[in-house]
Design a protein around this ligand. Structure first.
Ligand code: NAD
Ligand code: UGA
Length: 455
């Protein structure tokens, strides 16, 4: 039986390993993490992340050939293939601070592998890392090898949160980079055999290590700049019209209050750091995105008679996109901070994000969020102008304005007549995701602003 161990039980490690276990019943998969609460949650009925379809997959495999453990060293030493899916945040201090990837967690995982390994290992880079990280990791491992043979592979992950299980079950492609030596090719084949259990052969691309690493950063940068570039008259008309060109394609052109999530900004900054000559272009992508968020706040404040001081504003949605509880780099943080800066009082509703998380996010500094959850303060002093409720109607009651910051489907189906009745007048709606029918809401009496649409 092939034994796989994955270091890092996060948004990538958890779902990816669950799907491998589901599709490869003859492989034993153990996901390990240094965070005890995270592993406990993976072993409970309340998984640590929300992802449609994930519960079912975990239920089918957990205890059969899928296990979650904090006994990192034992499972690493027993595995044939070790995935490393730890976080790779942006550095907050030292050389390259604010741009370069912080590989502390990766390096400590690699050193631990070198310490405990007693047999040959294939080490798979799953985290998104700067180009040539595999080479650095190879050095750490081989210089501490005690005669053990290590093969490093780069197998970047392309799943998007909210659709992780679908993306994993039916990926556009699986990318495996490795050394061009016979041993390197053998390792590539071993990993390819795992994916080939359910992914058609023509979708499994094999390359050298650098190509695989660079393809991941470039893919994220391209996706992010597509959204940033999407601006214009009526943005949905423009993106429909240009998306009809088969060379451009229709996906990923929806303008919004700004892109968020743990990866786009981090990976672009990473690219900025490694490629000086084209850095200006990619920096602008992030700048345009930051501008989107501040423009949204300006729109709210200026439309509400240039002040939101003391006014209640309802916030619908806090996660960085629908169908996830993840709030890392969510545009909602910048928008809420901007409104709080103007002394608004906020009532926030998101179906998947807890009060604790929101309070933590609003009190945290830039780039601090991607350090392991167990190192973050558990209960920061809460911001008193922020209340978090589990009912959108309660959030909207007596509010002067309503900001939609995540495109949850349920926001399309709310009773806006009831909401209008309960709000202060004039009642404003600022739709940061273009989810509501602006015309219908105007008929009810709302003043509605949407993204990239004429008033
Ligand atoms: P995450 O923070 O959710 O998970 C990382 C986990 O690694 C944490 O639980 C942490 O406790 C654990 N960890 C850190 N150091 C460890 C160590 N030495 N030993 C054991 N466990 C350790 O992060 P994530 O969102 O799963 O992202 C992981 C990587 O995958 C990142 O490099 C990210 O860029 C990349 N990625 C993420 C996504 C996504 O959608 N989230 C998609 C593709 C790629
Ligand atoms: C993104 C990529 O889509 C994945 O392929 C990649 O694996 C992942 O980053 C990663 O490396 O972490 P993710 O960040 O989970 O996935 O989610 P996306 O669907 O890409 O959305 C990112 C942000 O862009 C969200 O805030 C979303 O609302 C926004 N967005 C997306 C738009 O504003 N408009 C769009 O048309 C699409």
């Amino acid at each position: 039986m092939v034994k796989i161990c994955c270091i890092g039980a996060g948004y990538v490690g958890g779902p990816t390993m669950a799907v491998i276990a589901l599709k490869c019943p003859s492989v034993e998969v153990v996901v390990v993490d240094i965070s005890v609460p995270r592993i406990n949650a993976w072993n409970s009925d309340h998984l640590p992340i929300y992802e449609p379809g994930l519960d079912e997959v975990v239920q089918q495999c957990r205890g059969r050939n899928l296990f979650f453990s904090t006994n990192v060293e034992k499972h690493v030493s027993e595995a044939d293939i070790i995935f490393v899916s730890v976080n790779t945040p942006t550095k907050t201090r030292g050389l390259g601070a604010g741009k370069a990837a912080d590989l502390t967690y990766w390096e400590s995982a690699a050193r631990m592998i070198a310490d405990v390994a007693k047999s040959d290992k294939i080490v798979v880079e799953k985290s998104t890392v700067p180009v040539k990280t595999a080479e650095a990791i190879e050095k750490i491992l081989t210089h501490n090898s005690k005669g053990i043979n290590y093969q490093i592979l780069s197998n970047p992950e392309f799943l998007a949160e909210g659709t992780a299980i679908q993306d994993l079950l039916n990926p556009d492609r699986v990318l495996i980079g490795g050394r061009e030596t016979p041993d390197g090719q053998k390792a590539i084949k071993a990993l390819k055999d795992v994916y080939a259990q359910w992914v058609p052969e023509e979708r499994i691309i094999t390359t050298n290590l650098w190509s695989a690493e660079l393809s991941k950063l470039a893919a994220n940068a391209f996706l992010a700049q597509r959204i940033s570039s999407a601006t214009g008259a009526d943005v949905s008309e423009v993106s429909y019209a240009i998306g009809k060109d088969s060379r451009i394609g229709p996906k990923f052109l929806n303008a919004s209050v700004g892109f968020g999530g743990s990866c786009f900004q981090k990976d672009i900054l990473n690219l900025v750091y490694i490629c000086d000559e084209v850095a200006c272009y990619w920096k602008q992508v992030i700048k345009v995105n930051d501008y989107q968020k501040s423009r949204f706040v300006n729109r709210v404040v200026s439309s509400m008679f240039n002040t939101v001081s003391g006014k209640k504003i309802a916030i619908f949605g806090f996660a960085f996109k629908k169908d996830t509880g993840d709030t890392r780099e969510t545009p909602a943080i910048d928008v809420c901070k901007g409104l709080l800066g103007d002394k608004a009082s906020l009532s926030i509703y998101d179906p998947q994000v807890t009060e604790d998380q929101i309070q933590r996010d609003l009190s945290m500094g830039k780039f601090d969020w991607d350090h392991p959850i167990h190192l973050q303060p558990v209960s920061p002093t809460s911001i008193k102008q922020v209340s978090v409720v589990w009912d959108p109607y309660q959030a909207a009651r007596d509010a002067h304005g309503l900001c939609i910051l995540t495109e949850w489907d349920e926001f399309k189906r709310l009773d806006y007549e009831k909401i209008y009745e309960s709000m202060r007048k004039p009642a404003f709606v600022f739709d940061g995701r273009n989810v509501v029918d602006a015309e219908k809401l105007r008929e009810l009496g709302f003043i509605v602003y949407s993204i990239g649409k004429p008033l």
